[in-house]
Ligand binder design. Structure first.
Ligand code: GDP
Length: 445
């Protein structure tokens, strides 16, 4: 799972900090030492770790933390902010503001995921009603051209034919001409990758860059390569004016170091992440959400977006509106949320987007046992009166016994449901008030 070890270690540090009534220089130093170890183990580049720790340390000893009523939480907040900053602050969107066709040049080593990512991008852009043309100049591997042709066909995206007898420059000239004459909005130009960086490859892609004058030059890199990924990124960045990075295979057991280092080292934003080998496995990269995920605070925004794509849209929208407007999140909403989570299917895929305490609940909800658990939860909520659902605080001992009897469960189970509901409600309230940051603080307390 993405960032599993790093997450685990950082969450340990957080737990410790949270328990501190007072922060001293000593326990800050202890915490930072732990954070440093965790980052190094996650294969984050050393200079990045050093800068990061120095930054957090300076802020942790500053007034904002020391004068805070809850210094432990203030430090966690600092770590969250610095982690976000490390990865780029805001989502960097694809820039297609060129005289059409907008060209996207794909660069990277062989096996990094260039071809797959080209297809994934084509799929995203097609969904945005763009007229997209895919082509490959990987004349060294006939299978590569075939692979992209097949992907294009399965996506119903146009493919510009090329073959291994042509020069990459010729393919570039031809595709430009074709795309202009046929009014394509976007051309995605896949290139050859070598197993390692070599001069011929760099010269070739540089020439292609000059010919195509792309508005986006995306560097595709395999996150599982760790430190190597960073060195490759640096080499490409020195040759080509990169406009962004796509980190692939974040679904693998990547230690996460590449994600945390690549921005700092190259100065280029991570625009997308690859999260599966399937064509729908590409997500826009949001640094703040990723930081929250790493720190175990869940990624509720992505979850809601995912929900909106996969469940009853009206229901999801009602819920999202309610959250945004800050209205009370009640048991009725909770029930519909539980149902929606079931409908989304593949709870496993969502687990790392959930805050730790909700992930526990989601875990109970997957598989056959999950079906049963969800039905029981629904049964309990169904045994409540409408008033109780709107005002759960009314539910005291007598009502609890009645509800348990009605649902055919033990009182403890009613209690458990109410506790879980309270956690989620608290989170939703904070979310409505101040977005991720506030919510995160709430979850510490
Ligand atoms: P290229 O040589 O750079 O064009 O790389 P490919 O696109 O052929 O990808 C190499 C391998 O990585 C293929 O088996 C892909 O299915 C796989 N791959 C690419 N992106 C991802 C990803 O985000 N997640 C996973 N799990 N596999 C990926």
């Amino acid at each position: 799972k993405m960032f599993e070890n790093l997450s685990g270690r950082l969450q340990g540090v957080i737990k410790n900090l949270r328990g501190q009534a007072r922060l001293t220089e000593d326990n800050i130093a202890d915490a930072l030492r732990e954070v440093r170890m965790a980052l190094l183990e996650a294969d984050v580049a050393l200079p990045v770790v050093k800068d990061f720790i120095a930054q957090v340390k300076e802020r942790a000893q500053g007034r904002e933390v020391l004068q805070s009523l809850t210094p432990g939480q203030a430090v966690i907040q600092v770590v969250h902010e610095e982690l976000t900053k490390l990865m780029g602050t805001d989502n960097a969107a694809l820039n297609l503001a060129a005289v059409p066709p907008a060209i996207i040049l794909m660069a990277g080593l062989q096996g990094s995921g260039k071809t797959t990512t080209s297809a994934k991008l084509a799929r995203l852009l097609k969904a945005q009603k763009k007229k997209v043309l895919l082509t490959s100049a990987d004349i060294y591997r006939p299978a590569a051209i075939e692979q992209l042709r097949t992907l294009a066909k399965s996506l119903d995206v146009d493919f510009f034919e090329s073959d291994i007898s042509q020069k990459p420059e010729t393919i570039a000239t031809n595709v430009l001409d074709h795309a202009k004459r046929h009014f394509y909005d976007v051309v995605i130009f896949d290139t050859a990758g070598r197993l390692g960086i070599d001069e011929a490859m760099m010269a070739e892609i540089k020439a292609l860059h000059t010919l195509l004058n792309p508005i986006e030059t995306l560097f595709v890199v395999d996150a599982m390569q760790g430190q190597d990924a960073i060195n490759t990124a640096r080499a490409f960045g020195e040759t080509l004016p990169l406009t962004g990075v796509v980190l692939t295979k974040l679904d693998g057991d990547a230690r996460g170091g590449a994600a945390l280092s690549v921005r700092h080292i190259t100065g280029k934003p991570i625009k997308f992440i690859g999260v599966s080998e399937k064509v729908d496995g590409l997500e826009p990269f949001h640094p703040e959400r990723m930081a929250s995920r790493i720190l175990g605070m869940g990624d509720v925004l992505s979850l809601i977006e995912h929900a909106q794509k996969n469940v009853d849209l009206d229901e999801a929208k009602k819920l999202a509106d309610k959250v945004k407007s800050g209205k009370n999140f009640d048991l009725e909403d909770y029930k519909s949320q539980i149902q929606q989570m079931r409908n989304m299917g593949g709870m496993g895929a969502l687990m790392d987007k959930l805050p730790a305490q909700m992930a526990g609940m989601a875990g109970q909800m997957s598989g056959e046992a999950g079906d049963k658990a969800v039905r029981r939860m629904e049964g309990i909520i169904n045994s409540m009166t409408p008033l109780e659902r709107r005002k759960p605080e009314l539910i005291k001992a007598t009502r609890k016994r009645r509800i348990a009897l009605g649902a055919g469960v033990q009182v403890q189970e009613v209690n458990r449901l109410l506790n879980q509901f309270e956690d989620v409600q608290k989170m939703m309230k904070m979310f409505a008030k101040g977005g991720m940051t506030k919510m995160m603080r709430a979850m510490q307390g």
